[in-house]
Write a protein that binds this ligand. Structure first.
Ligand code: FRU
Length: 345
């Protein structure tokens, strides 16, 4: 049956069309998969049974609060649609495990796949294979290489990185010494948050005196920050690519009695994490990185209904500072908005 499915997938590949900048799970890309699976409920004379679509969700890890929130957002959005069922798999931060999960979902096959990949290059081939077999694939938050997926949903990490740079430049009056604790640099958000940040610092006297890849993880960030503190007797600010990273740095600085010497800036802004840190005076700013879970379910429903959607959906961001955290933050449409949050002009 699996072999037949694969064959059908290949022969019907030509039906799966991509208009310029738009994606459509054009029925029937893989007829047996894109037709809802009939419910196996009672077969008396009652009204036609409800149909169910199965969505496979491959999550790279659930060790961080942000990813737990992403799954919760997806589950909650899906719960309001009786026709869809989401099956979650957690790869526990293991790229090979995530690869197998994607392959398992593709061979079942599920009706649609959502993947939030750990890193870009090694997870591009299994995602491309599922897509080429006719399964609509939504790539969520961390992008992959090339174009072999149906839709990418995420926030603009270059914008966020540049805004963080401009915010710090304005706050420090254009000069100072900074530590940058980077997210996993084999993932696109890590790369974009780094390049955007460096662009935001252009034309200033700010020096990044220490940088390290903390792989999005708070304990790593804390360890790297201990090294930075041991090497440099003055640091003006820490830019963490996520709130756990910025918080890990703060813990190290606090343990060394130096947390008041510097500012801490992070990204994610979950209400119970980054926003709470800003409220408590631990972080000076955090930038919203929405999980995109609700948008993923919205998009999945459109694709399963045969509608056309954009190839790329960018979810908006915000800046949270002590001045605005209690009133829901300020929208951030361009990097300059972050500097304006400091200067008020
Ligand atoms: C969670 C996380 C978030 C970060 C996102 C980037 O795994 O590290 O903190 O914003 O992934 O993909």
């Amino acid at each position: 049956m699996k072999r037949l499915t694969a064959l059908l997938g290949l022969t019907t590949l030509a039906c799966f069309t991509l208009a310029a900048g738009c994606s459509k799970a054009e029925a029937p890309a893989r007829p047996e998969a894109l037709a809802p699976t009939p419910d196996t409920g009672p077969s008396d004379a009652s009204p036609p049974a409800a149909k169910k679509w199965t969505i496979g969700m491959s999550q790279c890890n659930l060790g961080e609060p942000w990813r737990v929130q992403m799954n919760a957002d997806i589950a909650q959005a899906a719960a309001t649609h009786p026709k869809i069922e989401v099956v979650f798999k957690d790869a526990q931060n293991d790229t090979l495990k995530q690869r197998s999960h994607i392959e398992e979902f593709a061979s079942q096959p599920v009706d649609l796949l959502i993947v939030s990949p750990k890193e870009a290059a090694p997870l591009t081939p299994p995602i491309a294979a599922a897509y080429k077999a006719g399964i609509p694939v939504i790539v969520l938050d961390r992008a992959v290489l090339g174009e072999d997926y149906t839709v990418f949903i995420g926030a603009d990490n270059k914008l966020i990185g540049e805004a963080a740079g401009r915010w710090l430049a304005a706050k420090l009056g254009g000069q100072g010494k900074i530590v940058e604790l980077k997210g996993l640099m084999t993932s696109i958000p890590g790369q974009d948050r780094n390049s955007g940040f460096r662009k935001g610092l252009e034309g200033t006297q700010i020096e990044v005196l220490f940088e390290a890849d903390m792989q999005w993880l708070e304990p790593n960030a804390r360890k790297e920050m201990e090294s930075a503190l041991a090497r440099f007797d003055h640091i003006d600010a820490v830019y963490g690519h996520n709130d756990p990273g910025a918080h890990g740095a703060w813990l190290a600085a606090k343990a060394a009695g130096r947390e008041k010497e510097m500012l801490f800036v992070g990204i994610d802004a979950l209400p119970h994490e980054g926003q709470a840190y800003v409220d408590q005076g631990i972080l000076s700013a955090t930038f919203l990185y929405p999980t995109g879970g609700v948008e993923a379910i919205d998009t999945a429903l459109k694709l399963l209904a045969g509608e056309t959607v954009s190839k790329k959906i960018v979810v908006p961001t915000k800046i949270f500072t002590p001045e605005n955290v209690k009133t829901g933050g300020a929208p951030l449409n361009e990097p300059q908005d972050a500097a304006r949050a400091v200067t008020g002009t």
